[in-house]
Design a protein around this ligand. Structure first.
Ligand SMILES: *[C@@H]1O[C@H](CO)[C@@H](O)[C@H](O)[C@H]1NC(C)=O
Ligand SMILES: *[C@@H]1O[C@H](CO)[C@@H](O)[C@H](O)[C@H]1NC(C)=O
Ligand SMILES: *[C@@H]1O[C@H](CO)[C@@H](O)[C@H](O)[C@H]1NC(C)=O
Length: 368
């Protein structure tokens, strides 16, 4: 080894300091405090969390290769990992998420998912992690509110707290999450309205808010989110009418508004849009089904059941490219069901419980 190489090697060792024998002690201590607040009785996933180097073989922990700081906590209770296969069970943990994780300033992802029993709140200090991109806490029993200043997380692209017991309303600052692509708040106890400036979330592609207690109207600004492909507001307490602009959204493919208190008429734009899964079942939608179906109408699912729709099944529906699952039942429709090639596979259940529909697949219409 030449003298200069030797000097370089010595320098590198000195500069790297403690990193040579592992992660910084403060980060190791933060992880151990995080572990101490949890209890995992069956799999022993924390058994590997020993020794000085928390960047080396600690289950679910990984570090930035350059600065050796903890970058990811990835603990999933439902996984194909050998630990789970050997134990032949899914994971369970109780306890809570310690605020100590907020000392891990380089965290980019926090995935603590599907452990079923983790309770407590989302640590408020989580909003002080400047590099956080993924926060995924799905499938636990986490309560309390989403931190009011969540909007500070300018890099956050995934916020998933579905299947928990989150209360409170959606913080207004959520609209400031300019990198957010995937928002999943399904099946919690979230109330309040959808922030009016929700449309600021220009990167958002999936907004899943189903199964909460959200009320008020659908803000028309939602239609400004041109990357939005999946909007699920089902099973809430949403009222008002469906903004017409929603049917004009460029890439919206799934629209689930079922199980709310939506009234008004069906916007014609919905029948002839890029939407392929449309469920507005169990609302109070009235008026006729717009007679504007055409070649662009391609529906895997179109469920308009349990509303107050009246008038005929529109003639143009036969010119739709495809409707796989159609449900017009439990409305006040009346008249002859139009014939059409894709109608052949439909059963009577698609049309039952209306006022006076007739024709295949229901009873033949009376000729007068
Ligand atoms: C976690 O569950 C264990 C039983 O597996 C129980 O003894 C313990 O009290 C629970 N801890 C918390 C914080 O709920
Ligand atoms: C959103 O960000 C802007 C600019 O940083 C700030 O002025 C505003 O207060 C934030 N809104 C909320 C509700 O936090
Ligand atoms: C539409 O929503 C209703 C009410 O939530 C649900 O029962 C039904 O299964 C959904 N339809 C389809 C085709 O998924």
């Amino acid at each position: 080894m030449s003298t200069s190489l030797l000097i370089t090697a010595v320098l590198v060792t000195l500069v790297a300091g403690t990193a040579v024998d592992g992660c910084p002690p403060a980060e190791r201590a933060a992880l151990l405090a995080f572990k101490a607040a949890l209890h995992e009785p069956h799999l022993g996933i924390f058994d590997s969390w020993t020794g000085n180097d928390c960047c080396h073989k600690w289950y679910g922990v990984s570090c930035d290769p350059d600065n050796k700081r903890v970058a990811d906590i990835n603990l999933r209770g439902e996984s194909e990992d050998p630990i789970f296969q050997k134990a032949r069970r899914t994971g369970y943990m109780n306890g809570s998420i310690s605020p100590a994780i907020c000392k891990l300033k380089w965290l980019s992802s926090v995935i603590i998912a599907d452990w079923k029993g983790i309770s407590g709140i989302i640590p408020k200090c989580i909003t002080s992690l400047p590099f956080l991109r993924i926060l995924d806490l799905i499938g636990n029993q986490i309560s309390g509110e989403i931190p009011y200043d969540i909007g500070k997380l300018s890099r956050l692209s995934v916020l998933n707290v579905a299947d928990n017991r989150i209360t409170g309303r959606m913080p207004r600052s959520i609209a400031n999450l300019s990198s957010l692509m995937h928002l999943d708040l399904r099946n919690n106890l979230i109330s309040g309205t959808i922030p009016r400036n929700f449309g600021k979330l220009r990167m958002l592609s999936r907004a899943l808010l189903s199964g909460n207690r959200i009320y008020g109207q659908i803000p028309y600004t939602i239609s400004y989110i041109y990357r939005l492909s999946d909007l699920d507001l089902s099973l809430n307490r949403i009222s008002g009418s469906i903004p017409e602009s929603i049917g004009k959204m460029a890439v919206l493919a799934t629209l689930n508004l079922d199980g709310n208190m939506i009234s008004g008429r069906l916007p014609a734009t919905l029948m002839n849009s890029g939407i392929s899964i449309l469920n507005v079942s169990r609302n109070a939608i009235e008026g006729n089904i717009p007679d504007v179906f055409g070649r662009r109408s391609y529906f895997m699912v179109m469920d308009l059941s349990h509303n107050n729709l009246k008038g005929p099944v529109p003639r143009s529906i036969a010119s739709a490219s495809y409707i796989g699952h159609l449900d017009l039942s439990n409305n006040h429709l009346c008249g002859a069901i139009p014939a059409g090639s894709w109608f052949e596979h439909l059963e009577a259940s698609s049309f039952v419980n209306n006022d006076c529909l007739c024709g295949k697949p229901l009873k033949t219409c009376k000729v007068d």
